[in-house]
Every structure is written in C-alpha cells, then in structure tokens.
Design a protein around this ligand. Structure first.
Ligand SMILES: Nc1nc2c(c(=O)[nH]1)N[C@H]1C(S)=C(S)[C@@H](COP(=O)(O)O)O[C@H]1N2
Ligand SMILES: [Mo]
Length: 241
C-alpha cells in the first residue's frame, strides 16, 4: 500500500545532506527549536518540560517534536472551530467540528517523517478524506491546486489538486487514537501521509481551491513543494542515505 521503495522506509534523513542541499532554507530549520521552546512556554507546561531547556531539541510526547512557526497560537474549542472551503468551487462551505466528525472517517497508520531527520513509526491518524470535502464543494474547471491556511495566522501549505485528491490525504481529527490536542495542531490538522510532515499543516482553518500551487511557509524558505518522503529535499542525490 505504501508507494515508497521499502529500503527507503526507516532510513533517517541525513542532516548533512539536508544542510548541504538547501543552504539558506536550512537556517530556518535550525531556528525551529527556539520557536518550539516558545510554544512550550506558551503552553505553560502542557508539553514535557525539562529544566535544562533542551526539551526543544529532544523527541518528546512519544517521539514527536512540537513545531510552530508562530510563538503563540489561539486555542479553538469544539464550539469556536470552523473550517472553510472556498476559492474555485461551486459550493463554498464552513464546517463545524461536529459536522466534520459526522462525516465518514478514514484511519491510516504510517510513519511520520520530518525532513530534519526525526521519525515516528506507525502513527495512526484519522479524519475525513480531503477528496470528500473537495467533491462536496464541487471543484470548478480551471482549478489546479489547493491552498491551506491555519489559525496560527502564519503557516500555509499547498498541494496540487491531484495530490489533494489522494486517498491518503486527510483532514485529520485524531492522531494516535486521540482527538488532536492543541500542541499537535488540534482540533483539526491536515495529514498528508506520503509526504514529509511539514505538509501536514497544523491548526487548519481554510482550504482554498486555486489555479496554481503557491509555495507554503517552509517552501518559500527552501523546502521542496513536492515533498514525497524519500524522493525530495535532496534525498535522491545522496548515495549514502
Ligand atoms: N501551522 C503549522 N503547521 C505545521 C508546522 C508549523 O510550524 N505550523 N510545522 C510543520 C512541521 S515542519 C512539522 S515536522 C510538523 C510537526 O508536527 P507536530 O508539532 O505535531 O510534531 O508540523 C508541520 N505543520
Ligand atoms: Mo518538520
């Protein structure tokens, strides 16, 4: 079911390769742990903390690292949350969390892979197929891409329409068989199973169908727009990886 060559699954992404390939873009990655500590401070101990201040550099919460490019992110309850679907569609929509929960749910178990090298094996995600929401909205002729916006006010992502319609791309409500908590982008995040985890936008608030792909937050800073695990961000070129 997984389209990656098996020998590439589980291999860590070489940091050296990454730095060597992306140049300036990598500086943003090196800054990320600082932002992560900022988020943990904001969460006020909701994330594991350690007195050395190294929490941001170490895997926590079951192997995940918390990433946010925004230093603080508003909390959205089930009552506050809305997901809008608009742009080049026949029927723009706004979903509450209850409405999303009432739609058929798909559960996928895959490895999570961040492009900076950390990986969490066999992680369940569950939610509504993005293709279902696109079909419900009625994508108009001339559309070629989907853009994602987040209620952190900063992060963006995008997929081609073909990528967005894959069966392994979810508007995720659950992660590790629990409702997605705030730190991991709850109540709703995108989950793009076959791509590096930066595609999986947290705190998802808007889905906009567009003509062309617009590079997302990290992609403007050097990451590949097509983020296939094992086949992007310099992975192809490195004989030792
Ligand atoms: N809104 C938002 N989504 C985001 C990010 C972010 O900073 N902001 N970081 C991305 C990156 S680089 C990774 S590796 C994952 C991290 O998800 P986690 O914090 O649940 O581990 O979220 C992705 N989605
Ligand atoms: Mo990442």
């Amino acid at each position: 079911m997984n389209s990656e060559p098996p020998e590439e699954r589980g291999a860590p992404v070489g940091r050296r390769v990454f730095l060597g390939t992306l140049g300036l873009g990598a500086l943003g990655v090196l800054a990320a742990p600082t932002l992560q500590r900022g988020l943990e401070a904001f969460l006020g101990g909701a994330a594991d903390k350690d007195p050395t201040g190294l929490t941001g550099l170490l895997p926590n919460g079951g192997g995940f690292r918390y990433y946010s490019v925004a230093s603080s992110v508003p909390h959205k309850s089930a009552a506050d949350y809305r997901l809008t679907v608009g742009g080049l569609v026949e029927r723009p929509a706004s979903y509450t969390l209850a409405e999303l929960r009432a739609l058929p749910q798909t559960r996928l178990v895959r490895d999570v892979q961040c492009v900076t090298g950390w990986r969490v094996p066999d992680t369940p995600f569950e939610g509504v197929r993005l293709s279902r929401l696109l079909d419900a909205a009625g994508v108009r002729a001339g559309a070629g891409a989907v853009r994602f916006t987040c209620f952190d006010g900063a992060y963006t992502e995008s997929l081609t329409l073909d990528q967005a319609r894959r069966a392994d791309v979810l508007v995720a409500l659950r992660m590790r068989d629990e409702d997605i908590g705030h730190a991991h982008g709850g109540p709703v995040r995108l989950y793009v199973a076959p791509m590096y985890f930066y595609k999986s936008a947290k705190w998802l608030s808007g889905i906009t169908v567009t003509e062309d792909v617009r590079p997302g937050y990290w992609e403007e800073r050097g990451y590949d727009v097509d983020a296939w695990v094992g086949r992007s961000n310099g992975r192809d070129d490195d004989p030792t990886s």
